[in-house]
Design a protein around this ligand. Structure first.
Ligand code: DDQ
Ligand code: DDQ
Ligand code: DDQ
Length: 237
């Protein structure tokens, strides 16, 4: 009986999955897949950069960076499996404003902003988007994405711990970095919402999952509800 119920549920799930071989699916996939490939590559570079600013943590950060390269290869394999070529030039352009802000913070040795951009905003967004994607992924990509998510929690946690330990001295900078970068995350999502939709990922759901993950992460860092509300509002004006 149990088995029967499971079979019915999974047949039902299959019915709701997108057609992975349609040209619309593949076209959107070429950009979404490129975003995660480029995102994982830039994450690698960013963790290596952060490591140069905290020499005694450089080894730990290098370990995180190396994991991102493994994710990049996994996502590249997902594209190959579907016969889709990732549109990397699109993804480079997509990331360039956020990348520019990270580079500026790095040159100023502003660790707070570096961690907020890479380890909190991007990681929280990626984790929530990966969860949404897993529900509608092809079986091959689903397995790979599930394994990636497990690692990304470690990275989110790493950034949280650093910001938590330094909260006394970095709160003001954290607020400022949030104000400059949260609207960017929103506009990045706006740019690819239609493509996400072609992959059966709903924009409202992506936003909702992100806001929950971001809020949880700020609570973990030690901000209170009022401060978090202020941060969310800062992004609106
Ligand atoms: N995939 O490359 C195997 C297709 C994984 C995609 C995971 C979903 C990430 C969404 C990123 C941005 C969407 C707004
Ligand atoms: N990583 O930084 C979590 C390791 C990779 C991120 C890849 C995808 C992030 C998409 C962010 C787009 C924001 C709308
Ligand atoms: N803006 O579009 C009015 C400039 C900013 C809205 C910011 C709202 C934050 C939501 C962020 C969700 C990102 C997935």
């Amino acid at each position: 009986m149990q088995t029967l119920t499971n079979q019915v549920a999974s047949a039902d799930e299959l019915d709701n999955l997108p057609d992975f071989s349609s040209s619309q699916y593949k076209d959107a996939y070429s950009r979404i897949n490129a975003i995660v490939i480029e995102g994982e590559k830039e994450a690698h570079d960013n963790y290596m950069s952060i490591g140069t600013l905290i020499p005694d943590k450089a080894d730990e950060l290098k370990k995180l960076a190396v994991m991102e390269l493994k994710h990049m290869r996994g996502f590249t394999a997902c594209g190959k499996n579907l016969g889709v070529k990732a549109d990397i030039p699109f993804a480079e352009k997509f990331f360039s404003p956020l990348h520019g802000n990270f580079q500026k913070a790095f040159k100023e040795e502003n660790l707070t902003t570096c961690f907020l951009i890479q380890a909190i905003l991007i990681e929280a967004f990626a984790i929530s988007a990966y969860h949404v994607y897993i529900r509608v992924a092809d079986p091959f990509a689903k397995k790979i994405t599930e394994n990636v998510v497990k690692d990304e929690y470690l990275h989110l946690n790493y950034g949280q711990q650093w910001l938590k330990a330094n909260l006394d001295t970095c709160k003001e900078e954290l607020m400022k970095a949030n104000k400059e970068n949260l609207p960017l995350i929103k506009s990045m999502l706006d740019q690819v919402a239609d493509d996400a939709c072609s992959l059966s990922m709903d924009k409202e759901e992506l936003m909702e999952e992100f806001m929950i993950a971001y809020q949880d992460s700020l609570l973990e860092i030690g901000l209170d509800s009022r401060e978090i509300a202020r941060m969310a509002l800062a992004a609106l004006v």
